[in-house]
Design a protein around this ligand. Structure first.
Ligand code: HEM
Length: 408
């Protein structure tokens, strides 16, 4: 109406990332405040773009399930500060389907889903058990203290990716070393870049080798599909990129959380069943892939607000998984809670392809650790555990642990 003051424009603030002091498992408090106001807020992206931040659980799922929102990296703005934040990003290379929309995504996804067979999963499960036991043996031999990240959390997913891709045994140590360097915050940019080139070159040679002499693994099986060597190399890189750092941080940060909550670590040995709900709850509670992003392909009304074509919507997985409208007492870690519906594996067409494997790894890794070292404890004060606050995957850089009187 004439004369009425126009409402002040909502201030677009940057994404809050600082964890509350002394509470490394809890989201930045500002996220809860924003979610309490409305499920969609304005957000200032580091490159200057003004877009949106989705914090409500229902709204996050709605965006992820909506084909009017794109996962194309050449359209999206990154909500997280990063040295590689030059906009626009190049389009996804052939095979990198996590950054593609339907129908390009559909074709790859279908081929990959078909290759994750029950038989393959059963074999991988048996391998997870062996790999976990071998690394617990090694910890015991070298003990009574260890960095759990290096000794346990990283090798399990790294070796399972090797298994999945069919990396020959002779190459595994160097493959594992390079793969770990990719996510090593203490490595120099040159070291990370050299590791990336090493892995890419290696996968680029592995693909034709599998084509020439297929073995019993996923990569060999995919050589029978209508895919180029470049596509297969990038699929290999995607599986490694999506499956290693995530699972490793879930195992390490998950162990930290279990040790931090009285009785939680011991409860894992309480019998069958608990590991399954505990893993889902840890996925929800920790929400390590804390923030995603989508881009509106057309004007969309979202949560009653007008999102314009081309605007990026940051997806706060962390806020959604702590939404009290979905999970009662969301800030409590309850290993017996029904946490289904959490979005730690995403939602919609890009929902994690490797979630079955990731679940198996965690369902084995936590109870096996608790059974072997029932008296496991942190070897440093909780506030001295170095956190990955600046990474798109949250977690710990190191987790010094000790048992049987050992200290580090
Ligand atoms: C996608 C989380 C383990 C392979 C995703 C997405 C999330 C996620 C949130 C969706 C990304 C998006 O919507 O943009 C996790 C977590 C893991 C895990 C928390 C461990 C606890 C794995 C493993 C593999 C894997 C072990 C493979 C061996 C993939 C692939 C995609 C994906 C290929 C892309 C799927 C697509 O675009 O259709 N993951 N992941 N992930 N994940 Fe995982």
């Amino acid at each position: 109406p004439a004369g009425a003051a126009a409402p002040l424009p909502e201030q677009a603030a940057p994404l809050p990332t600082a964890r509350p002091a002394g509470r490394p498992f809890d989201p930045p408090e500002e996220l809860a405040r924003l979610r309490g106001q409305r499920p969609l807020s304005r957000l200032a992206f580091p490159d200057g773009h003004v877009g949106w931040l989705a914090t409500g659980h229902a709204l996050v799922r709605a965006v992820l399930a909506d084909p009017r929102f794109s996962a194309r990296q050449d359209l999206m703005h990154n909500p997280l500060p990063s040295p590689m934040n030059e906009w626009p990003f190049p389009p996804a290379p052939p095979g990198m389907f996590i950054n593609m929309d339907a129908p390009d995504h559909t074709r790859y996804r279908r081929l990959l889903t078909g290759a994750f067979t029950v038989r393959r999963m059963r074999r991988l499960t048996a391998r997870v058990e062996e790999v976990a036991a071998e690394h617990l043996d090694a910890m015991e031999r070298r003990g009574p203290s260890a960095d759990l990240v290096e000794a346990y959390a990283q090798p399990i997913p790294a070796l399972l990716i090797c298994e999945l891709l069919g990396v020959p045994y002779a190459d595994r140590a160097s493959f594992q070393r390079q793969a770990t360097t990719l996510n090593d915050h203490d490595a120099t940019p040159e070291e990370v870049s050299a590791a990336y080139t090493g892995i890419y070159t290696y996968l680029g040679e592995l693909v034709p080798a599998k084509r020439a002499a297929p073995t019993d693994d996923l990569l060999s099986e995919l050589t029978a599909a209508d895919l180029t060597d470049e596509e297969l190399t990038n699929i290999g890189l995607l599986l490694l990129g999506a499956g290693l750092d995530t699972t490793a941080n879930m195992i390490a940060l998950g162990t930290f959380a279990l040790l931090h909550h009285p009785g939680a670590f011991a409860a894992l040995s309480a019998g069958p069943g608990i590991a399954d709900t505990a893993v889902e709850e840890l996925l929800r509670y920790l929400s390590i892939p804390h923030t995603g992003v989508r881009v509106a392909l057309e004007d969309v009304e979202l949560g009653g607000r007008p999102v314009k074509a081309g605007e990026s919507v940051a997806i706060s997985v962390l806020a959604a998984n702590r939404d009290p409208a979905k999970f009662p007492d969301p800030d409590i870690l309850d290993l017996r809670r029904n946490a289904s519906g959490h979005v730690a594996f995403g939602h919609g067409i890009h929902q994690c392809l490797g979630q079955q494997l990731a679940r198996v790894e965690m369902r084995v890794a936590f109870p096996a650790l608790a059974a072997r070292f029932p008296a496991l404890r942190l070897a440093v004060a909780p506030e001295d555990v170095p956190l990955r606050t600046d990474s798109d995957i949250y977690g710990v850089r190191r987790l010094p642990v000790a048992w049987d009187g050992g200290d580090r």
